[in-house]
Design a binder for this molecule. Structure first.
Ligand code: GLP
Length: 240
């Protein structure tokens, strides 16, 4: 795995944005896998800047998002749909019909998980952006006895619920369940960029150096992928 260490969050975000912008310039019909969380916000801000000042064109790009909370509708300000509109989509020229999410309010989750896996297969992800949870989760693939492969509904772990608490007014509002792209679709991406910033990610990142794929640290499945670039700031690299 190619691990690149940057001085700070801004430098890491700029490097990630430049890679993603290069992908879009080289292939204007790229399929991008997108992540939520605080980590990619700087990357999204820079993409908006390059769209507005350097003609970075998203009109033919398609996107698939990693996950969504169960029971939160797209217009709920805590939903990941809403987050993406606020942080990226409203500032660039993606066509709304080209932006895809798993549906957290689906009537039938068996059908919805199948639909999303099929969609990801049909589109074919060119470049997948990932953050990482403190416990090593990617998307909402939580630590488990085996690596979860298909898109699935997941019970979030206490550590993830606690980490997400900061985005909600009251502890009881933090969703306990989510629907997430599985590791199968993530690993099918042609190229993956994993971003991590801050000391609280240092332990999770340190597992990627150990070379052992362990389902208790879901991100370690990335060791089996041949094209992963891990961009970290110095704090997240402090245990490497
Ligand atoms: C959530 C998201 C992940 C994200 C993680 C880390 O669990 N489902 O995709 O990587 O949070 O978030 P942050 O970047 O805010 O630390």
């Amino acid at each position: 795995m190619n691990i690149q260490v940057y001085k700070n969050y801004e430098a890491m975000s700029l490097a990630a944005a430049n890679l993603l912008a290069a992908q879009v310039r080289l292939k204007p019909t790229s399929v991008l896998g997108l992540a939520t969380g605080s980590t990619p916000i700087g990357l999204y801000r820079e993409l908006i800047r390059q769209h507005q000042t350097a003609d970075l064109d998203f009109s033919r790009v398609r996107t698939v998002n990693l996950d969504e909370y169960l029971g939160l509708a797209p217009d709920n300000p805590q939903s990941y749909h809403y987050f993406m509109r606020e942080q990226l989509f409203s500032g660039i020229n993606l066509q709304p019909e080209n932006c895809h999410f798993p549906d957290g309010c689906a009537a039938d989750f068996d059908q919805e998980t199948d639909r999303y896996d099929q969609l990801c297969r049909e589109l074919g992800i060119d470049l997948q952006i990932l953050g990482i949870g403190r416990n090593g989760h990617i998307a909402f693939n939580e630590p488990a006895d085996t690596f979860p492969v298909p898109t699935h509904v997941v019970d979030l772990t206490p550590s993830t619920i606690e980490a997400n608490r900061r985005f909600f007014e009251r502890a009881e509002d933090v969703p306990r369940k989510a629907i997430t792209m599985g590791l199968g679709a993530i690993m099918s991406a042609r190229r993956i960029l994993l971003l991590a910033a801050g000391e609280e990610k240092a332990e999770a990142i340190s597992y990627l150096k150990q070379g052992k794929a362990d389902p208790q640290v879901p991100a370690t499945i990335l060791l089996l992928h041949t094209n992963v670039t891990c961009l970290v700031d110095e704090a997240a690299a402090s245990r490497l």
